[in-house]
Write a protein that binds this ligand. Structure first.
Ligand code: GLC
Length: 419
């Protein structure tokens, strides 16, 4: 098959433009019709390649959703849109713009730093505006969500890896009996075999209702919520984000000691994520047990600035079992399903973060394997949400914003290939 890379570049730009709803970019039309937190940061990064003004606009729009507590929500419901459940009325968050009540992986500081560094002259005024907002968000994490140095999620959706096997055991403690009848909208857009199961969805809603009843008060949720997991992905991502925030603080002549303290605390937390079976793992904070899953998030250690020869061996092992890097779950795991969302498929954005980390740590061959695989998947199958690691089958939503964004910034042949 001959691949026309210029055409793919144009297509990627067109996807970003088409998913633009005026200041924010939807992940894909239909399935996800609002502004999602980490999707939006990737969108901004993608836009920055050809329209830096639009990139900063995306960032500012994201922060219009920031709560007074500092939390930046996982969805911002700017305008009414059909076809998504649970929408703003279900979350019951009393503010404008309406938002969900939970957060998402904080890639913002890292990607904002990259956008700024690519064009400092234009970006200076913008970074001055968002720096304080980033600090408040990170401070919110450190105050409310860091238990023993590990970042706690209170809902699987916060991890960005909705139905990863990492949450299975902890989800058993959630009682789904009161959720009643509801109509899922995701399965009318996408094949149900590629989406989370009903038993999972019932529990997602039970946890949502729990938070709503607690008026999204972090202290109440910390004390009483049945679900609290130290997510290895979140810990790595926040640690990396704090390092980038520290860099910005120095550049902007702000005080740095508070951020240095956060980095030290998270570095300690990383050690607690080490499963004695030989890999980084998530921890059920209610029971103290490891979740026992070697997932793609385990390989974000390099992105967080932590080199690990054991993890390199694990990564090589996992890659030897698939045709396309990196499966969201070790194919050896009996729960592995190549097409079910976060229980096996390859996600371009996770490959990007892992690949950047590998490259920065000098593991160039591995990072190139990830980049070439991602490039091939997109070039041969299209800008899909995720892909089978076994045969590359594309799955989930099409014309996906973050897949287009990482093509332009990291995966495509004309991309910079780093932050
Ligand atoms: C799904 C993904 C999440 C993403 C969202 C919008 O919920 O699991 O990571 O942010 O879709 O694309």
């Amino acid at each position: 098959m001959t691949i026309n890379n210029d055409k793919l570049d144009r297509q990627a730009r067109r996807i970003l433009r088409n998913n633009d709803r005026g200041g924010y970019t939807v992940p894909t039309s239909g399935l996800y019709p609002y502004q999602w937190n980490w999707d939006s940061c990737f969108a901004a990064w993608g836009f920055s390649v050809f329209d830096v003004k639009r990139a900063w606009f995306e960032i500012h729009t994201l922060f219009t959703g920031q709560w007074d507590t500092g939390m930046v929500p996982h969805i911002i419901f700017h305008k009414r849109a059909d076809g998504y459940f649970p929408g703003p009325d279900v979350w019951g968050v009393d503010r404008i713009p309406h938002t969900s009540g939970i957060t998402q992986p904080p890639v913002a500081a890292t990607l904002i730093r990259s956008i700024y560094e690519a064009d400092k002259r234009y970006g200076r005024v913008h970074i001055d505006l968002v720096y304080g907002r980033l600090v408040s968000w990170h401070r919110w994490f450190m105050k409310n969500r860091v238990d023993n140095g590990m970042v706690a999620i209170t809902h699987p959706w916060e991890s960005g890896r909705d139905n990863a096997v990492d949450w299975d055991a902890a989800m058993q403690a959630v009682d789904p009996t009161g959720v009643g009848e509801y109509v899922r909208r995701d399965t009318s857009h996408v094949d149900p075999e590629m989406r989370p199961k009903k038993a999972d969805y019932d529990r997602y809603l039970a946890m949502l209702y729990y938070g709503r009843e607690a008026h999204w008060d972090e202290t109440t949720i910390r004390k009483g919520s049945p679900f609290r997991v130290g997510d290895v992905g979140m810990t790595f991502i926040l640690l990396r984000a704090c390092r980038d925030l520290l860099h910005m603080a120095s550049e902007l002549d702000h005080l740095t000691h508070e951020i240095e303290g956060w980095i030290a605390e998270l570095e300690e937390g990383v050690k607690r994520h080490w499963n004695p079976d030989g890999y980084y793992d998530s921890v059920d904070l209610r029971t103290g047990k490891f979740t026992g899953s070697l997932s793609s998030a385990s390989f974000l250690c390099w992105y967080a600035g932590i080199d690990s020869p054991e993890m390199k061996v694990k990564l090589e092992e996992v890659l030897s079992k698939v045709n396309f890097a990196v499966p969201s779950l070790d194919p050896q795991d009996e729960r592995f399903e190549p097409l079910r969302y976060w229980r096996g498929p390859v996600w371009g954005i996770v490959n990007t973060l892992i690949g950047i980390g590998l490259d920065e740590s000098g593991h160039t061959l591995l990072s190139e394997r990830l980049r070439k695989d991602t490039q091939k998947l997109i070039a041969e199958h299209g800008f899909y949400e995720y892909f089978s690691p076994t045969d590359g089958t594309p799955a989930g939503g099409d014309s996906f914003t973050w897949t287009a964004a990482i093509w332009l910034t990291w995966a495509g042949p004309h991309a910079k290939g780093r932050l």
